[in-house]
Design a protein around this ligand. Structure first.
Ligand SMILES: [Zn+2]
Length: 585
């Protein structure tokens, strides 16, 4: 028994795909076809069903059958015999079909094999990470199909590249134009793949892997799959240094998901429930550790320097320090609430919750250092993720306390550490973890809006006349000559004065020129008159500026570090850092 799908792109200009599924349903009184409400990896109920129109059901002779919609995601076809349900799905112009969002399944038959054929204009090709036999792609079951996106289109709008990791074929297909250059990018991806495979001492599959890259004007994101990943990348992300680093981090992130979240899955995702939210408190480990390893991968692949490696961690610690919500929502809770919070941000999000990507990656970074410190360098995060993968990398999946239990086996006594990091809103203990590798976290005020932390000098901004900088405490976007407030930081001068998200600042001290620059030149203690529109009403408030908080983190070597700490630092970073010990000329 199997379900046969046909993905048909008859008129690409119409931006729609016609998708049919066919199964032998003799013996059943009625049959229900259902489309998932969400896509694994993106924890939001998206109601894919709203893109479906023109659904029809036919019997084996092509005669229409009655169809009744029984809930928001299910259609019931009443009659016996073989039948076919057809859905139309709105999609991008080059046809990128994510089956979880496009292909319905017959309820109760998700475990059966699926075959997929494509019908498209003659010059089109199809890229998908499924095995192909007899002109059709084969998936073991619906879950595997749902996890195998199809990229389709002519070679004139794509470039295809191949490489190997651990001898296994990998393919990279790029859609869209920009400054992508295969001969430079492909070897870097191969090095990232090798670095991550080394953590697990091999790849979890032997057939092949597919990267699909979509170049676009501004978006950045990715979605992991079992044997592939889809990356959305800015067109000109491959030459400019920081943009390229960001692309490599994204690619490493999705690749690490091969193990972490695609195979090592929380019990709550095993199997996926396609009809509703699938809650877990483990996203801090699923997305967090993955975000830790994106940085480790770039360092181990030799794509960033030791200095840059530590700067990235300084930037992330700074990002966390500038998120007041870290003091309101514990990390495990933020994971659980992903569906209603992380994927539905609003102006209060930074003040009320914390990203399980950001804090999770910092927790992974600190846990790595704690494991190394407490074991005298014998254990690391590599041992933990490898143990988790070996033990829980298949059904029934990773229990909610599985990460902590495994870590305790490697290094005892971590219970209070996990309690603080995951279930409290206390600040993370940086000092102890960093001391193990002879580093210190230095906290200083931001040097200006461009200062992300991590670096000594604080970017190109500087405090006026070398003095302390004033703090206003609002995220603002330039709009029509004024500044629109996006969000206001908890406890900041702007919040205390009554400024709120949505306010459109049009003048400071009665003038509208150079708003941002004048705010940047203000000094602590200065009072400024802020004039703004709120829902079309002109309002004026006085804001008493204070000194900028010490929320900017730089990691520096501890001059008193012992030889053992310096040795652990070098083995962690993969090279001595700094090159010469401080003080020696
Ligand atoms: Zn991810």
């Amino acid at each position: 028994m199997s379900t046969a799908y046909v993905l048909k792109i008859a008129e690409p200009e119409a931006r729609r795909a016609e998708i049919s599924l066919e199964a032998d349903t003799r013996g059943a009184a009625s049959m229900e076809a259902r489309l998932p409400v969400w896509t694994p990896g993106s924890y939001l109920v998206r109601e894919h069903q709203r893109h479906v129109d023109g659904l029809r059901a036919l019997d084996q002779d092509g005669r229409p059958l009655p169809v009744e919609k029984v809930d928001k995601h299910t259609w019931r076809v009443a009659s016996s015999g073989a039948r076919r349900v057809r859905t139309n799905h709105v999609d991008p112009s080059h046809a990128f079909l994510n089956p979880a969002a496009a292909c319905a399944f017959f309820v109760g038959r998700e475990g059966e094999a699926c075959t997929v054929r494509t019908e498209a204009p003659a010059e089109w090709r199809t890229w998908v990470a499924l095995p192909q036999r007899d002109g059709a792609w084969h998936a073991e079951n619906y879950d595997e199909l749902a996890d195998s996106p199809f990229e389709m289109g002519p070679l004139t709008s794509h470039s295809a590249h191949s490489f190997t990791v651990e001898g296994v074929p990998h393919e990279l297909v790029v859609w869209g134009r920009g400054d992508f250059e295969g001969r430079r990018v492909v070897p870097d991806l191969a090095r990232i793949g090798e670095a991550l495979a080394a953590v697990f001492r091999g790849l979890p599959f032997q057939d092949r892997y597919l990267f699909v890259v979509h170049l676009n004007d501004k978006g950045r994101g990715g979605l992991e799959h079992r044997r592939s990943a889809a990356l959305l990348v800015p067109r000109f992300a491959f030459v400019q240094k920081s943009a390229y680093e960001d692309f490599l981090l994204l690619a490493a992130h999705e690749y690490f998901h091969l193990w972490n979240v695609k195979r090592l899955r929380p019990v709550a995702f095993t199997p996926y429930d396609w009809t509703r939210e699938n809650h877990t408190r483990l996203l801090w480990a699923m997305e967090g550790f993955t975000s830790t390893y994106e940085v480790l991968a770039l360092r181990r692949a030799g794509l960033i320097t030791p200095q840059r490696f530590l700067e990235i961690w300084g930037e992330r610690l700074t990002g966390l320090q500038r998120t007041p919500g870290r003091l309101r929502t514990p990390l495990a809770q933020a994971s659980y609430d992903a569906w209603i919070k992380h994927y539905r941000p609003d102006e209060s999000t930074p003040n009320t919750t914390v990203s399980y990507y950001l804090k999770g990656s910092v927790v992974g970074f600190l846990l790595d250092l704690e494991l190394r410190r407490r074991s005298g360098g014998k254990r690391s995060l590599d041992d933990l993720v490898r143990l988790l993968f070996e033990r829980h990398g298949r059904a029934p999946g990773l229990p909610e306390d599985g990460v902590e239990r495994a870590a305790l086996e490697l290094v005892p006594g971590l219970e209070p550490w996990f309690e603080r990091a995951l279930r409290s809103t206390d600040e993370l203990d940086l000092d102890a973890a960093l001391s193990g590798v002879g580093l210190r976290a230095v906290m200083r005020p931001s040097a200006g809006p461009e200062d992300k932390g991590g670096a000594e000098q604080g970017g190109k901004d500087g405090a006026p006349n070398g003095g302390p900088r004033a703090w206003f405490g609002a995220q603002m976007k330039e709009r029509g000559g004024g500044l629109e407030v996006q969000s206001v930081v908890e406890g900041s001068p702007a919040q205390r004065a009554g400024i709120g998200a949505g306010d459109e600042i049009v003048a400071l001290d009665g003038f509208r020129t150079d708003l941002k620059q004048r705010l940047g030149r203000a000094v602590p203690g200065q009072q400024i008159r802020v004039t703004f529109f709120r829902m079309d009403e002109l309002i004026e408030l006085r804001v008493q500026l204070t000194a900028a908080p010490r929320d900017t983190v730089v990691l520096t070597p501890d001059p008193r570090a012992t030889d053992q700490q310096v040795r652990l630092r070098a083995s962690w970073i993969g090279a001595p850092w700094p090159d010469q010990p401080p003080g020696s000329a």
